[in-house]
Structure formats: C-alpha cells, structure tokens
Design a protein around this ligand. Structure first.
Ligand SMILES: Cc1ncc(COP(=O)(O)O)c(C=O)c1O
Length: 378
C-alpha cells in the first residue's frame, strides 16, 4: 500500500482551492476523478491485495485531501463512529477519560460501554469550563473535546486546552464534525487527533456514511489503519467516492450554510414564540467572543426552543415543508430534530430543536419556519 504518512502540513493554496485540486491524478490520460473501483480482491504481486486492508484509489485521494486540510495524516473509516471507536480502542483497561457534558450521543454510548466493560473512569466537564479541563488534563489518558458541542453549541477554548500540560502518553482528540476544518484546525492548536463524521459536511448530501480520523503523529495514523483493518471498519468504495466528490464543494456549501444559519439565528431571536436561540455567531452567545479568536466561521447548526412543551416543538417539526424532519446534519438540505427525543440526550431541554441550516435560499427557509410557527397560534 503506497499511502504517504505525511500529508501536506501547511497548504500553499487556500483551503477552498485545496479541496478542489488536491488528490487528483496528473499522468497524461488519467481520469481527473479517482475511479470507482468495485473490487475486494486484487491480483497479487503489488502492495494492493485486499480491499479491507489496502487502499483503493478513491481512499487515497480522500485521505490526501482531508489530511492536508487538517494538517495531519488521515485514515478513512466506514462511519464517524468507527473512527471514534478506533481512537477509543487505544485506551487501556481502567483509563481515565474526560469529555464534554454536552456531547454527541453515540460517543456518550461508547463511554458508557467503556465504563461497564473496561473499567474506564469517565468524567464529564462543561466544554466552557476551561479551568476544569486544564486541571483534569494533567491526569486523564484521553481528553475528548467537541466544539461547538452537539447540540448545545457550547464553545471550548480549544487553543488553550490543546496547549495545556498533560499526562505523558495521553491522547487529546477533537471531534471537528460541526465546525469542519474550514473553520478550525485543532491539530495546529496542539491536539493529537481530530475525527469527523464525514457523513455530515464532508459528504454533504445525506447519501453516505463515512468517517475519518486525522493524526498529527504518523505512528498514531498507522495504529488507526491497523485498527481499521482488524475491526473491518473500512469505508465502502462507493461511499468514499461520494465523500471525495462532496469534499470538492465543501467550501461553497459550508459558506452558504453558515451565512444562512447566521440570518436564521438572528431572525429567530426576534420571534415572539422562540427563546434560547443558540448560535456561536450571535454576539449574545456566551462563547461568541472566544470563538471569534480562533474560528473562521461558526458553522451551519442553530438550536432554539419554542414556547411550550415538547409536543409544540414536535408540531413545528411536522409543519415544516422545506426543512426536513430528519436526524442528521451538514447536508445541502436543511433538517430539524427535537434532540431530547434521542436516547442518551436527557440532559437537554425537552423542547430544544436543532436545525442544520442548508444551502436553500434563506428567504424560503424563513418563510417555512414562520408558517410552521404560525400553526402554533391556531
Ligand atoms: C458530532 C458528531 N460526531 C460523530 C458522529 C457519528 O458519525 P456517524 O453517524 O457518521 O457514525 C455524529 C453523527 O451524528 C456527530 O454528529
């Protein structure tokens, strides 16, 4: 397998150009796009033998593009959870893990399994409590950060926490799914690894499941490749082909989503039936000031609560016509979900809605929200 251990650390082009131009073949006559190679088995005699272990051309290109963007060595996986599980797989029995109070539910599930089956000591800290992170980082084996958090959009002071003194041999990982590497690059702050649900903004079209872990140290990337090979958490050929195609337009999509998100969040703050609008781009968001020091944009996710109970929030979801009532985020189409309905998310206000703002015309989205909210009055 001829995968390079060191992707470009410092891009000499803008991230948007890198996303479009990196990982393309240059040999005369070669296709501009990495071909879809639907093969599990290869003729022996080269470094490529079997598709669970060795890269297809599309993997290599996908990993080159993501690795360069994050500034490390990328390893693709079958889903974001497969990438997270490989990173947690580095922990020994009895390890101490610190992670945010508000954290993606699937990762919380992995922690619970670790506590029950491997005797991990898991400590949850509010993402915003920087001093607590700095204190616990001295003794933790794994520091797992999410910022903005999903779904409360808390902001952690990533540059400070990533630089903090830590226990030797510990691993600091940032789930960068919601921000995307276009808005923040945790490896440059000092994180050991980042991970993504590539299902979200990277793919961008709700048509694939994929994940990726990006390591600063090539030795950790090699460990991730071995974990992938042994667990079989290998991405499918079609999925990685689609994820690579998604990456080509990610800068355009993220820019459109976050411009729409800013507009929707600002207007929601004025709506009489809405309260507790959370969006890190709003000056009133408690994390706005700190986020402005290290984020280039604030992402496409907005959360808010509607007056009344969970039933009224559910009614809004059901009344929307353009915004889809669906669980995932980061796609061209806007989606919305009442997150407390998801198991493991009981810490959330019952009526909290998480909207992933897509790339539609913002006036259409706003009209749709207004008509759905008008149903509550009737
Ligand atoms: C922040 C975050 N991390 C990780 C994941 C897991 O990714 P996947 O669904 O691709 O396994 C998700 C999925 O929703 C997510 O939102």
């Amino acid at each position: 397998m001829n995968q390079s251990d060191s992707n470009s650390k410092d891009l000499d082009v803008s991230p948007a150009t890198w996303l479009i131009s990196a990982g393309r073949p240059s040999d005369p006559g070669a296709p501009l796009n990495s071909p879809l190679v639907p093969a599990s088995n290869f003729v022996l005699g080269s470094s490529r033998a079997y598709a669970r272990d060795d890269a297809t051309p599309a993997w290599e290109a996908f990993e080159t593009v993501v690795g360069g963007l994050e500034g490390g060595t990328a390893v693709s996986f079958a889903s974001g959870m497969a990438a997270a599980a490989a990173l947690f797989g580095t922990l020994r029995v009895g390890a101490t893990v610190i992670f945010p109070t508000d954290c993606y539910a699937g990762v919380v599930g992995l922690m619970k399994e670790g506590v029950g089956k491997r005797g991990w000591n898991c400590v949850r800290l509010p993402a915003v409590d920087t001093e607590a992170w700095l204190t616990h980082a001295k003794t933790a084996d794994m520091i797992w950060l999410e910022s903005p958090t999903n779904p409360l959009l808390d902001i952690a002071d990533l540059p400070r926490i990533c630089k903090a003194p830590r226990k030797a041999g510990s691993l600091l990982v940032v789930d960068n799914t919601i921000a995307t590497p276009l808005n923040q690059r945790p490896l440059a702050f000092g994180a050991d690894a980042v991970m993504h649900s590539a299902t979200k903004y990277m793919g961008g079209h709700s048509d694939l499941l994929a994940g990726v872990a990006v390591a600063r140290d090539p030795a950790l990337a090699r460990e991730m490749r071995m974990a992938r090979e042994l667990s079989g958490g290998t991405p499918g050929t079609l999925e990685v082909f689609l994820a690579l195609r998604g990456l080509r337009t990610m800068a355009l999509r993220v820019a459109a989503s976050q411009a729409n998100a800013m507009a929707i969040a600002s207007r929601l703050t004025e709506h009489p039936l809405v309260h507790s609008v959370r969006y890190p781009g709003l000056p009133a968001h408690p994390g706005h000031k700190i986020a402005s020091t290290f984020m280039r944009g604030f992402g496409g996710v907005v959360t808010f609560e509607v007056e009344g109970d969970a039933a009224r929030a559910d009614a809004v979801c059901r009344s929307l016509k353009i915004v889809r009532h669906a669980t995932s985020l980061g796609a061209v189409e806007s989606t919305i979900e009442r997150r407390a309905a998801v198991p493991g998310q009981e810490h959330l206000p019952p009526g909290l809605l998480r909207m992933s703002v897509g790339c539609e015309e913002v006036e259409d989205l706003w009209r749709d929200l207004i008509q759905a909210m008008d149903h509550l009055r009737g």
